[in-house]
Design a protein around this ligand. Structure first.
Ligand code: SDX
Length: 428
């Protein structure tokens, strides 16, 4: 067993080194405080492993992303979102029967409890769909309370969530427009059903376009998991308190909403629209993105793990070309995005800081081309990420090594002092 040696105040401490199946190594410091009285300090956890996991492997230096060992490029080309969700949650690709049974369950579970519609109708019409989604997933606990530990029942709970999150998203969109709700249609596949619920109308019945269905499958496959990112960590931390899965996933949706995380796809399009509307030059953008005193950042660029091109961005960039050529529409924002990328990738600031396009840089353009409104972009990310959150939650709660999350801190406040009665306090 490899060991790490730490010398504190002249005394030597030995800690075991653990190694993962791809050679990633960690110093096991679980007994550090108990042995030395010291803790480690790592805000943002950039050098901290929170768990062992067999779900997703990323190599940020080489731009590798694999779900249960299968490269994302192969899944994007050959798989579907439903099959990828099965792979993430169970660890294996489904047999033909398993895939058929999964699809039947997803169809059976696609309707929402009619009383849930009242929630939507009483939300302010301008409410952000991510806030609605987080609340609705949490509310599912009240409508589907039968959370028993039987594996079979929990598998149905996973499928119920994966199926209904799609219906909830489409319902939020339709009600925000004041349009009639379109119910899921039996017999339509997962992605086709979603597009139909979003865009079908009595006047012009929605025509399912196989290229857009493929693009949506690829979009959701690319977003399905990403090891211990911000929202997955939120799911693991909240789930470690043994609260029910609905409340746990609701926390993941809230964490994803942030513009530095899943909200970046919406922020990228807003940035591109601002550049287009204000007539900013590419050089202006690059200059402002580098200026610490300017709050303008190149949204969709940079990543905590990828220090090379995000492999998902490469696939998403191709999807943008395919979807736009399919709908025979030019999007000036795509031209701006391409020029921004071209200049940024040559700029010393971005090169030295390893800032490359991430999955969000092109995803907003693909979603726009599919007719998805900007304020639904992060909801689309959440639908994709749900199977990953479920897989990570399932792994966490069944891991004997895992305990309730409770980090330590370095206290920097007042040292001990006495209470001061009001009469003796400073005035003002
Ligand atoms: C996602 O973790 C995941 O896996 C997330 C995700 C997933 O699938 O779950 O991949 C999804 O969240 C993708 C990231 C989407 N967010 C954005 O595109 C927002 C823009 N990006 C940045 O905010 C930033 O790059 C982060 C948040 C993504 C990463 O931030 P880090 O790792 O904390 O890096 P940092 O902020 O410390 O930046 C390092 C340096 C800084 O400069 P210095 O202080 O060293 O001088 O790079 C600079 C930053 O100022 N920098 C940028 C920049 N991103 C980082 N400068 C300009 N534009 C940017 N976009």
């Amino acid at each position: 067993m490899e060991e790490a040696k730490l010398i504190i105040d002249g005394k030597e401490w030995i800690f075991p080194v653990i190694e993962g199946s791809e050679g990633e190594k960690a110093i096991d410091i679980r007994t550090l405080r108990q042995q030395t009285g010291y803790i480690t300090f790592d805000p943002g956890f950039g050098s901290t492993g929170s768990c062992r996991s067999a779900i997703t492997y990323m190599d940020g230096e080489k731009g590798i992303l694999r779900y249960r060992g299968i490269p994302i490029e192969q899944l994007a080309e050959k798989s579907t979102f439903v099959e990828t969700a099965f792979l993430l949650i169970t660890g294996e690709l489904p047999t033909r029967d398993e895939l058929t049974r999964t699809s039947v369950h997803l169809n059976d579970f696609s309707l929402l409890h009619e009383n849930m519609k009242a929630f939507y109708q009483n939300y302010p019409s301008k409410a952000h769909p991510m806030g609605i989604l987080s609340a609705m997933v949490n509310a599912m606990r009240s409508f589907y309370p039968e959370l028993i530990d039987l594996e079979e029942e929990m598998n149905k709970t996973y499928l119920r969530l994966i199926s209904k999150i799609r219906t909830m998203a489409a319902m939020a969109y339709r009600i925000s427009l004041g349009e009639r709700v379109v119910y899921p249609k039996p017999g339509l596949c997962y992605c086709s059903n979603f597009l139909n619920m979003m865009f079908d109308s009595i006047v012009v019945p929605y025509q399912i376009d196989p290229d857009l269905v493929k693009a949506l499958n690829v979009f959701w496959i690319l977003h399905a998991d990403h090891e211990q990112n911000c929202s997955t960590t939120a799911v693991r931390v909240v789930g470690s308190g043994k609260v029910n899965i609905y409340a746990t996933l609701s926390a993941g949706i809230s964490a994803l909403w942030g513009p530095l995380h899943g909200g970046a796809n919406q922020a990228v399009v807003k940035m591109l629209q601002r550049i287009h509307k204000d007539g900013m030059t590419i050089d202006d953008c690059i200059k402002r993105a580098k200026d610490k005193d300017d709050d303008f950042r190149l949204m969709g660029f940079g990543h905590r793990v990828y220090k090379t091109y995000d492999p998902r961005a490469r696939i998403m960039k191709k999807m943008a070309d395919i979807v736009l050529s399919k709908i025979q529409k030019d999007d000036p924002l795509l031209d701006i995005a391409r020029k921004l990328e071209e200049v940024a990738l040559k700029d010393p600031y971005f090169v030295e800081k390893n800032l490359y396009p991430n999955v969000d840089f092109y995803s907003g353009i693909v979603l726009r081309a599919m007719g998805i409104p900007t304020n639904m972009f992060t909801v689309m990310f959440a639908i994709g990420r749900l199977p990953g959150w479920i897989a990570q939650w399932k792994e966490d709660v069944s891991d004997p090594e895992m305990k309730i999350s409770r980090p330590r801190q370095i206290y920097t406040g007042y040292q001990v002092r006495d209470y001061v009665p009001m009469s003796e306090r400073r005035q003002g």
